[in-house]
Design a binder for this molecule. Structure first.
Ligand code: PLP
Length: 371
């Protein structure tokens, strides 16, 4: 049986060689942190995004460094309800009040009416799975016009050749991740992109944990190193440089799925986007055992999240009275199919066939009769 993983990192042969050469030079130089490769990556990202770029230890470090720079104490921070729990957890730890917001069922983009949001609020706008909501740019601009600070989380966004005008360029600040399971698929690291050069300087200065006694002396606390290693910077640099190849491969996979999948699992309006790094299907009915059934056909899959973040004990205090049935239904009915640059057409068809077989017996029938 062919086994299809949900994600596989692709490093092209020519990129492998370039990485090996650079890594060999780093080892010889003995400069493993804070050297020319970190600076080269920052210059490249800065030029491509037309922003100040600060390279950091991970996507979560990027978010933490940005949030630390704001005075979050008792400030409302709007976080999509379908978010990885550590993000609102970080907000709460820094004294902010994480506030869940609904998302649209097509692209999972936050739905926020700017008129109902106070100017002191911070918004963490996640382009989930690298999908970009039709309303994203206009909403982000309206929120900023209202005085909110918008952080665009681009960990999943597979940026194009000129990222400076697309997602990541609309908010006040954006963060990226170079973790192996994210679309740039490096070995780790992250970045902050900002128009504010003073913010960039402050974040760069907080990355290191040594030589920070002057901060502790004025009541601040810095616990660990949050920079990137030179080797991570080399891998991220070359992977970023070849992102167009990754995009072309992923677009093929998305188009193949789109054409071959039964209509019953395609969310109307969710057409493939070049920035996307996850492929979601929408199940006719919640099927808690579907992942297990697919796995028996050799196909791995992932869920978005099992429950909204405010269900977890550490964050439950932030839950309000609102009715979140739609989000729960969306979480239960969303399944991510294998989606990585090395999948060929035959692999995609294996996935589609497995899904049809798992669904066909009763679910597709039930879907038809319910129309
Ligand atoms: C993965 C991810 C992060 C965190 O990035 P790391 O590099 O793993 O710390 C943040 N936000 C989103 C949306 C992510 O998917």
């Amino acid at each position: 049986m062919t086994r299809i993983a949900s994600w596989r990192t692709l490093v092209l042969p020519e990129v492998r060689d370039a990485i090996s050469d650079d890594v060999a030079r780093i080892i010889v130089s003995g400069l493993l942190r804070g050297g020319p490769h970190t600076r080269r990556l920052e210059e490249r990202l800065g030029a491509d995004w037309n922003r100040q770029a600060v390279v950091v230890g991970s996507g979560m470090d990027a978010l933490e460094l940005v949030l630390e720079d704001l005075d979050l104490m008792s400030r409302r921070v709007l976080v999509p309800a379908n978010c990885f729990v550590a993000i609102p957890g970080l907000v709460a730890r820094l004294g902010g009040i994480p506030v869940p917001v609904p998302v649209d069922a097509v692209r999972f983009a936050p739905l926020i009416d700017p008129d109902t949001v106070s100017g002191r609020a911070v918004v963490i706008w996640i382009h989930h799975g690298g999908m970009v909501g039709e309303h994203a740019e206009a909403s982000i601009c309206a929120l900023r016009a209202q005085g909110c600070l918008v952080i665009e989380d681009c960990a999943y966004v597979l940026a194009g050749p000129r990222p400076g005008s697309g997602p990541g360029a609309w908010g006040d600040v954006a963060i990226m991740s170079f973790a192996p399971t994210k679309p740039i698929c490096g070995s780790g690291g992250g970045a902050v992109l900002t128009r504010d050069e003073h913010l960039a300087e402050r974040i760069a200065a907080r990355r290191s944990h040594s030589g920070q006694e002057h901060r502790w002396a004025v009541g601040e606390s810095i616990y660990r190193f949050r920079g990137m290693s030179e080797i991570e910077a080399v891998i991220a640099y070359h992977q970023w440089e070849q992102r167009n190849v990754l995009r072309a491969c992923l677009q093929c996979v998305a188009e193949t799925y789109q054409q071959a999948l039964p209509q019953a699992v395609v969310m109307p309006g969710r057409t493939p986007q070049a920035t996307q790094s996850r492929y979601a299907v929408h199940l006719p009915n919640p099927m808690p055992d579907l992942r297990g059934r697919l796995a028996r056909h050799g196909v791995a899959s992932t869920v978005m999240f099992e429950r909204p973040w405010f269900d977890y004990p550490a964050l439950a205090v932030h839950q309000d009275e609102e009715d979140w049935d739609e989000i729960r239904d969306l979480l239960m009915r969303t399944l991510f199919l294998p989606f990585h640059p090395s999948l060929g057409t035959a692999d995609c068809m294996t996935v589609v066939d497995a899904l049809k077989r798992c669904l066909l017996s009763e679910d597709l029938e039930r879907w038809k009769t319910s129309l």
